[in-house]
Design a protein around this ligand. Structure first.
Ligand SMILES: Nc1ncnc2c1ncn2[C@@H]1O[C@H](COP(=O)(O)OP(=O)(O)OP(=O)(O)O)[C@@H](O)[C@H]1O
Ligand SMILES: [Mg+2]
Length: 151
């Protein structure tokens, strides 16, 4: 699906946020600068607004590896695994070991092999136009066959 602008990305993030629940995983794939953090920011800020909590900064977790957000009963763990080069380093993060239910948004998830019940993968690709992206969805569990007909 072609996303022609940031506004369209925002509206897609809202549609996904309206469907998300507390144990879902969102894997974000695509080259550097393709839009993974921008999607995450729109997604998190939308849920903050919807839950009538204060909108916060949503920074890239490239260096911290993880930023956490508590939005009333919703907990979001936003990871960026780009700097981790092997699965042992990733395992130390304990991404799937917590007891507390959370929505996990994971940039650069390529090394993860876990089987996850409800997962959506969003892949961002550049197009010839600077502010445009081509995004594709795949998923399993409740996200199997997920499609957006119109933006
Ligand atoms: N339609 C669009 N969708 C997404 N991003 C866009 C679009 N048009 C322009 N951009 C710009 O592209 C940049 C995307 O950067 P972002 O940090 O989200 O990428 P990233 O995929 O998270 O990169 P990294 O792999 O370094 O974490 C932003 O500056 C954003 O404003
Ligand atoms: Mg990023």
């Amino acid at each position: 699906m072609i996303i022609k602008s940031l506004e369209q990305l925002n509206s897609i993030s809202k549609k996904i946020a309206d469907k998300v629940s507390n144990e879902d995983c969102i894997y974000l794939l695509g080259e550097i600068g393709s839009g993974k953090t921008t999607f995450s920011r729109y997604f998190i800020n939308y849920l903050q607004k919807k839950e009538e909590t204060e909108k916060t900064d949503v920074l890239s977790p490239t260096f911290n590896l993880l930023y956490e957000y508590e939005i009333k009963k919703i907990k979001i763990m936003h990871y960026d695994l780009y700097r981790l080069k092997n699965i042992d380093e990733i395992k130390q993060l304990g991404i799937f070991e917590e007891d507390i239910k959370s929505i996990k948004i994971i940039e650069w998830p390529e090394l993860l092999k876990e089987k996850i019940k409800d997962k959506i993968e969003i892949k961002f690709r550049y197009t010839k136009n600077e502010n445009e992206r081509d995004i594709t969805f795949s998923g399993n569990g409740k996200w199997k066959g997920f499609k957006l007909d119109a933006i």
